[in-house]
Write a protein that binds this ligand. Structure first.
Ligand SMILES: [Zn+2]
Length: 312
């Protein structure tokens, strides 16, 4: 069950009845590529930045202050020498950290912890450069796990999502879109990892083969019980800065229930401390019929101090 609660919010000095939900989280963003000030007014309470120059990103979690946008960071993306996203053009070179040895893996993981990172992001993109062999991949993943960090992988290219699973990766940063994954593999994935959705980066509303492959994989992964997190890869192309109606529509089409769509907004990482904000949807509770996306999109981010739960 979701953590929806009936309650009221203080809006413009008036109490408004509605539904209180955990603050909506976009579990895959690149904060430096967007105007972060637009996120909370757009309905997003928290974000997880999955890769940037750590010297810049380390300042973000504390920058929002009390009542501001919740920000978790991964720091640099760990990758093979010459691997993605080193020469991809969308990120500064400092956003990619090359790992050649177990010692370098330990040191990179220690650096993520040192900047307050709560997740390790790794690249397994065989379409844009070399990727680690199995041994080094497992070495990196286990170094992160020993340090208490979950691992999120960018898996792209034939077989890379399966390699991530075998290595013990906790989540995929994107619904796999470069290949059709068979049902047996999806069942194993559903047991052992979660996926961050990022469906709308394929076509931005106009569909296409990548969109079709991704949504087909997502639908079968979710049907097998796989946990899905709402995430947009914000900063990658023309996406709205805020709650993305099209991403939610794709999730609503692919996931088995309204509850699972709502749960996908709770975020890949648990909150590090008590929440300062929540999402509030004014008016009647969702009645389970149509219009889930429109209902969610009327939500706004409200400080906890401006909310009251209705006693059960
Ligand atoms: Zn990304």
């Amino acid at each position: 069950m979701t953590s929806m609660r009936a309650g009221r919010a203080l809006v413009d000095e008036h109490w408004v009845d509605g539904t209180i939900l955990p603050g909506f989280c976009d579990s895959h963003v690149h904060l430096a590529l967007v105007d972060a000030a637009e996120l909370m007014p757009g309905g997003i309470a928290r974000v997880i930045d999955l890769g940037w120059d750590p010297a810049v990103a380390r300042r973000w979690p504390a920058s929002a202050g009390s009542g501001g946008l919740g920000i978790d960071i991964a720091g640099a993306i760990l990758t093979s020498p010459g691997g993605y996203p080193g020469s991809s053009g969308w990120a500064p070179s400092e956003a990619a950290r090359e790992i050649r040895t177990a010692l370098e893996a330990e040191s990179a993981i220690a650096d993520i912890r040192a900047i307050g990172g709560r997740v390790a992001k790794i690249a397994l993109n065989s379409t844009a450069g070399p990727v680690w062999g199995d041994d080094l991949l497992e070495t990196v993943v286990s170094a992160a796990h020993r340090a208490g960090l979950p691992v999120v992988a960018h898996a792209e290219g034939t077989g890379q999502a399966a390699r991530a699973l075998i290595a013990g990766v906790d989540a995929l940063a994107h619904t796999p879109w470069t290949e059709h994954l068979d049902d047996g593999l999806l069942r194993s994935m559903a047991e052992r990892m979660s996926w961050i959705s990022t469906i709308d980066i394929h076509g931005y509303g106009s569909g296409g083969p990548d969109f079709e492959r991704a949504i087909g994989n997502l639908e079968r992964f979710a049907a097998a019980g796989g946990r899905v997190h709402y995430g947009t890869d914000l900063g990658n192309g023309p996406l709205p800065t805020g709650l993305n109606h099209r991403e939610l529509a794709a999730l609503t089409a692919a996931l088995p229930s309204a509850e699972t769509v709502i749960e996908s907004l709770a975020g890949f990482l648990a909150l590090p401390s008590a929440p300062r904000t929540a999402s509030f949807i004014p008016g009647p509770a969702y009645d389970g019929s149509t219009g889930l996306v429109d209902w969610l999109c009327t939500g706004s981010v409200v400080p906890i101090t401006h909310l009251e739960e209705t006693p059960a």
